[in-house]
Structure formats: structure tokens, C-alpha cells
Design a protein around this ligand. Structure first.
Ligand code: PRP
Ligand code: URA
Length: 215
């Protein structure tokens, strides 16, 4: 994806398909079915970018015409970690491209008064310390939820973590850069700012509610 915007540790997608789909994700007239499909499709396109550095190894194969040397991914162990609940909307898209990844779940919700994350569930692959982990959540707003999820994973031994969000804002990026400077952040779109209630502007509203039809 040439033209992606790279700052140190921040990669913002710059692909026409992603821009097009995110426009419809943001549009309030997009219904739940289409919203879910678009979140899944953008997650799949972002999986392409986040796996760009996977190591390869040489193998010998036979084509119908001859023997040749070619390359395959060299058995890197991956883990996909959705932050519940909205992160669930990105899992299938990621798994479409990385079907052998294990999936761990971290349940967090943001207290509407304090905006602080509250943990309510966790089930991770047993070997998180050996895996390259991709934390997924459509929204990086204050960054509190992602920060807590990453701290949680590091406390269980995880060493290699990337964060993938569909929408982010400067405040959330700054939180992760400050608290977890080793973590690469991949954003589908970097929006302008947070409003007084911690919502991203222009944003898409509440990702979990729009995915699951709740209010
Ligand atoms: C949303 C979103 C993120 C979090 C982002 O989840 O999916 O997890 O808010 O905000 P932050 O960066 O300020 O922490 P929410 O708490 O609404 O829970 P839900 O996914 O269950 O709807
Ligand atoms: N969570 C959301 O779902 N949307 C926002 O804009 C911020 C946090």
C-alpha cells in the first residue's frame, strides 16, 4: 500500500478501498447489516498491511511444468486479540487472511462517567508470550481501553504487540505512544479529535451499538 502515512509507530492506511469503505462506516444512514460487513472488510484489508513484515522461508515446489523455489510464511505464531465487544466485529475479517491465528478475548467497557476501562472477561491462548499479538478494536478514542488491554497482555508475558483500529484520533495515539512506545499502531483513518464525552469527531458514533443494534 504505497502512500500509507507512516509516523514512527503509527501507520495510517492510504488505500482507496479503505477510504471508500470508511466513508460508509461513518455515515449515520448506513444500517447495521452493511455496517458489520464494512467493518469486516476493512479489518481484512488492514490484516494485509499488518502482516507485511511476516518472515518468509524458501521451499521447493513442483509446478505442472517444472521444479522451482518459492516462498511461504515461516511458521510465525500469531494471535488476534479483540477487545470486547466492538472488537468482535473485526475478527472474521482478520481470520479470512490469517486463518491459523489463535483468538484471545479481553472484555473491557468504558465507564461512561470516568471514561476509564473496566475489565470483565479474559481468555487468552496459553502461549501468548511466544506469539505476535494483534489487538483489534474499531475505536481508539482516549486510548484507555487499548492501553489497559496491552498492559494486561504484557503482564502475561506478551512481548510483541500491534494495535489495529479502524478509527483513531490524536489523543488515543498519544496515550499509546506514551504508555506503550514499543507498540505499532495501525489506523484505517486518523480523525480530528475527541468531543467532551470522549467520542471521536467526526467519528462513527458508538461502534458496539452500531455493530450489534443496541442503544
Ligand atoms: C468502545 C470501543 C473501544 C473503546 C474506545 O468500547 O470499542 O473499546 O470504547 O474508547 P477509549 O479509547 O476511550 O477507551 P465500549 O467501552 O463502548 O464498549 P463496547 O465495545 O462493549 O461497546
Ligand atoms: N467508543 C466508540 O464506540 N466510539 C467513540 O467515538 C469513542 C469510543
Amino acid at each position: 500500500m504505497r502512500g500509507d502515512f507512516y509516523m514512527e509507530k503509527l501507520i495510517v492506511m492510504d488505500h482507496p478501498l479503505i477510504k471508500h469503505k470508511i466513508t460508509y462506516i461513518k455515515d449515520k444512514s448506513t444500517g447495521a447489516k452493511e455496517f458489520r460487513e464494512l467493518i469486516k472488510e476493512v479489518a481484512m484489508l488492514m490484516a494485509y498491511e499488518v502482516t507485511r513484515e511476516l518472515p518468509l522461508k524458501k521451499v521447493e515446489i513442483e509446478t505442472p511444468l517444472t521444479t522451482t523455489e518459492s516462498e511461504v510464511i515461516s511458521g510465525k505464531k500469531l494471535g488476534i486479540i479483540p477487545i470486547l465487544r466492538a472488537g468482535l466485529g473485526m475478527v472474521d475479517g482478520m481470520l479470512n487472511l490469517i486463518p491459523t491465528a489463535k483468538v484471545g478475548h479481553i472484555g473491557l467497557y468504558r465507564d461512561p462517567e470516568t471514561l476509564e476501562p473496566v475489565e470483565y472477561y479474559c481468555k487468552l491462548p496459553t502461549d501468548v508470550e511466544e506469539r505476535e499479538l494483534i489487538v483489534i478494536d474499531p475505536m481508539l478514542a482516549t486510548g484507555g481501553s487499548a492501553k489497559a488491554a496491552i498492559t494486561f497482555l504484557k503482564n502475561r508475558g506478551a512481548k510483541n504487540i500491534k494495535l489495529v483500529s479502524i478509527l483513531g484520533c490524536p489523543e488515543g495515539v498519544a496515550t499509546i505512544h506514551k504508555e506503550h512506545p514499543d507498540v505499532d499502531i495501525y489506523l484505517g483513518c486518523l480523525d480530528e479529535k475527541l468531543n467532551d464525552h470522549g467520542y471521536i469527531l467526526p467519528g462513527l458514533g458508538d461502534a458496539g451499538d452500531r455493530l450489534f443494534g443496541t442503544k
